[in-house]
Design a protein. Structure first.
Length: 152
């Protein structure tokens, strides 16, 4: 797709679509109509300008993989808990420090949550681990000692 703010309306007529990749298009908004793509199993929105995802994302009941890396997301919609088939979320390099409590409902299905390149604190990571104890959470361990070097 060419660079644009939101998805073209024609896209939502493709109701049998199983995979959708919209990468590097400076997309700012994922339209609520995304829910019309009910058979979607793989959604890749990598390298856009998204600050939030719509609650209607929770209606994509067949979604197994969600790729939202390299965006500006600070959290996920509560409706993410409705994605009972979701096994993988790739969200590295977003300012994503807090997960919604509702994500706990995915603890038995979500296998991988990629949060690398997010400078989160140990307590933020531990809070996520508490919500999703069975999920492999990939993260970049930031050494805080580097900020306190002795310059003698």
């Amino acid at each position: 797709l060419p660079q644009r703010d939101s998805l073209p309306e024609e896209l939502f007529r493709l109701t049998e679509l199983r995979e959708l990749t919209i990468k590097g298009c400076r997309l700012c908004i994922v339209n609520q109509e995304i829910e019309k793509l009910t058979h979607l199993q793989y959604l890749n929105l990598d390298h856009n300008k998204l600050v939030r995802l719509p609650e209607s994302l929770g209606n994509l009941k067949d979604l197994r993989t969600l790729v939202v890396s390299r965006n500006l997301l600070e959290t996920f919609p509560d409706a993410i808990a409705q994605l009972k088939c979701l096994v993988s979320i790739d969200a590295w390099n977003n300012p994503l420090y807090v997960l919604p409590e509702s994500i706990k409902q995915l603890e038995n299905t979500l296998q991988t949550l990629d949060l690398r390149q997010i400078p989160m604190t140990k307590s933020e990571y531990e809070a996520m681990e508490q919500l999703l104890p069975k999920t492999q959470i990939l993260f970049t361990d930031i050494c805080e000692c580097e900020n306190h070097r002795d310059h003698n």
